[in-house]
Write a protein that binds this ligand. Structure first.
Ligand SMILES: [Zn+2]
Length: 261
């Protein structure tokens, strides 16, 4: 008897639970027909995700995929060379010498603070026919994640410094430090008449492999239209410099080298 009573109450519980679940789903299903009561309930919007995060989420998350609108190829069969993080008094003049000897032009993604220190080098870059690219004021890897007003101020400040060195300089490109792009930084760059320049070949010369490795990596992954990422600043670039002559000769022979326009 006891068992039967227990079974009966258990069955009742099951019914209640099922009804509870069904009951839970029914109001949500009919919610559109009666929005005022639920909208009027204050506890509903209470569990807001922002409340659980400490009050310093100033950086927006980095997207898992690169945003739309990035330039990654030249648009022709020829490949383009890009040099980042200068101008640097130790390496930029030597890179410029190599480019001149090879009779090719490149794109220099310059850092505003470096331009302020070495305006003469920027003038030489422009005088020798190379293209300019804004690479932020202080190589801020998180810039693209900051508030739009901060991104804009940084890019404007950098362009202003470039134009202080070369008054009518054209700066048609922006490259986000570290390639850590967001849709927001692409949009701000566009508003400032700069296209967002990524790359398709990265021999990781910043990690200081040997010159032979840099050259081999570029040769192996360069396809028609490749945009090659190299560095003329931000550290000791002796390996990049040592790789330049053979690397450029190989690219010229295999694809042709042209400046980005
Ligand atoms: Zn950089």
């Amino acid at each position: 008897m006891r068992h039967r009573a227990l079974l009966a109450s258990l069955a009742g519980l099951v019914v209640l639970l099922v009804a509870g679940c069904g009951g839970g789903s029914t109001p949500t299903a009919t919610a559109p027909s009666s929005p005022p009561p639920s909208a009027a309930l204050p506890p509903e919007p209470a569990p807001s995700p922002t409340r659980t995060v400490p009050a310093k989420p100033r950086l927006r998350p980095l997207p898992v995929k690169l945003p739309a609108g990035l330039i990654r190829t030249t648009g022709t069969d020829k490949v383009a060379l890009t040099f980042d993080d200068g101008p640097d008094p130790a390496w930029t003049p030597k890179v410029l010498d190599r480019l001149k000897a090879a009779k090719v032009t490149a794109t220099f993604c310059v850092v505003g603070k470096q331009v302020r220190k070495h305006p003469g080098l920027l003038r030489r870059i422009v005088r020798e026919g190379h293209q300019l690219c804004n690479h932020s004021w202080n190589h801020d890897l998180d810039l693209a994640r900051r508030p739009v007003s901060e991104i804009r101020a940084d890019l404007i400040r950098t362009n202003r410094e470039i134009r202080r060195a070369v008054p009518d300089a054209k700066v048609p490109f922006y490259r986000q430090p570290g390639g850590r792009w967001t849709a927001e930084v692409v949009k701000v760059a566009k508003q400032l008449d700069m296209r967002s320049l990524h790359w398709s070949v990265d021999p990781q010369d910043w990690a200081k492999p040997t010159a032979a490795t840099i050259e081999k990596r570029v040769k192996r992954s360069a396809r028609p239209g490749a945009v090659v990422l190299l560095h003329d600043g931000g550290g000791n670039r002796s390996a990049t410099l040592a790789a330049c002559t053979k690397l450029i000769a190989g690219l010229k022979r295999d694809h042709g080298v042209a400046r980005l326009t």
